[in-house]
Ligand binder design. Structure first.
Ligand SMILES: *[C@@H]1O[C@H](CO)[C@@H](O)[C@H](O)[C@H]1NC(C)=O
Ligand SMILES: *[C@@H]1O[C@H](CO)[C@@H](O)[C@H](O)[C@H]1NC(C)=O
Length: 294
């Protein structure tokens, strides 16, 4: 069998199997798939999923095919917790570990900023960006929800957006978080030509953005009594990755979605661990001349 056929065969099975990916990687490292120089990169690059070192969390969920749902995706499923704790604390009631409240997470993409600034500090909001942030703030206030916290990425554009929104939500605590900074969450499938971060960027940012996902996107703590509404002002890549992970869609698909500046993406997480996407990138509250898409 030619090496190319071998690779195709392995790719055909690779979807659900880390073991086969590993086999392919080993075979690759031993040169089993070597082709004539010059030809190799051409067909190898067609298999972005195999080529990149994909993080473990993308293949661990049984649900990534879309045919099932992993209720213990956030590791807070009481039945799973009970099993683990049974030996050290047999008196633990199942109900103790059960979430009672619903969490609503409103993910806001920062508004438009000066793309010609050098470095994060100079990339501050444009005047349109400041208007957009006012409109988003007005919208959030008009929704009349009892917001618990307003967290924002520590990057300039997200911080400025959050500060403007904050004026419309008096009394809501403002918190900055480095985990939410923009980055390269995972190599997108299909690959795009206009955006090609280095492997090291996926390696570093991917783990950080996954850490942000685990920190912010999970069902309520059992101690939480009332439904909560939390606002997170961050970035398009981070939000799109969160949406894929929260819905148990393949995270590599994040770049197939687009989000307008200042738009609202609303995730609801039920006590059962069910997740619903209420809105994705809603910017219908902005007049058309205030929208920006790039
Ligand atoms: C954008 O940033 C560049 C570089 O710092 C600066 O020269 C320019 O004046 C800025 N534009 C605006 C509208 O702030
Ligand atoms: C938002 O603004 C930034 C900077 O101006 C720009 O890069 C981005 O593409 C804009 N997003 C949309 C959806 O317009």
């Amino acid at each position: 069998m030619s090496s190319r056929k071998t690779l195709r065969l392995i790719c055909g099975f690779a979807g659900g199997s880390a073991a086969l990916l590993f086999t392919a990687a080993v075979a690759e490292s031993r040169g089993y798939f070597a082709e004539r120089p010059g030809e190799a990169t051409g067909w190898w690059s067609a298999f972005g999923v195999l080529r990149a070192a994909q993080p473990a969390w993308t293949s661990v969920s049984p649900a990534t095919s879309g045919n099932s749902w992993d209720f213990n995706w956030d590791k807070r499923e009481p039945s799973a917790l009970r099993k683990e704790k049974a030996s050290d604390d047999p008196t633990l009631e199942a109900d103790n570990g059960k979430a009672k409240a619903t969490r609503n997470i409103l993910l806001i993409r920062h508004s438009q900023y000066n793309l010609s600034g050098n470095g994060d500090k100079e990339r501050s909001l444009t005047s349109l960006g400041r208007e957009q942030a006012e409109l988003t703030g007005e919208r959030l206030a008009a929704l009349g929800l009892k917001y618990d916290v307003l967290v924002h990425s520590s990057m300039t554009r997200a911080t400025e957006t959050a500060q403007i929104i904050s004026k419309h939500l008096p009394g809501v605590e403002l918190k900055s978080c480095d985990l939410l900074r923009e980055g390269a969450p995972i190599e997108p499938v299909p690959l795009v030509t206009h955006w090609k971060p280095e492997a090291v960027q996926y390696h570093e940012d991917g783990a950080r953005i996954e850490a942000a996902f685990r920190k912010y996107i999970h069902r309520a703590d059992p101690k939480q009594k009332e439904d909560s509404y939390e606002i997170i002002v961050c970035h398009a890549n981070v939000i799109r990755y969160f949406v894929c992970r929260a819905l148990q869609f393949p995270p590599e698909g994040w770049l197939r979605m687009g989000l307008n500046n200042g738009s609202i993406t609303w995730l609801t997480i039920r006590p059962s661990g069910r997740v619903a996407l209420r809105t994705l990138g809603d910017s219908g509250f902005m007049p058309p001349d205030k929208l920006s898409r790039t």
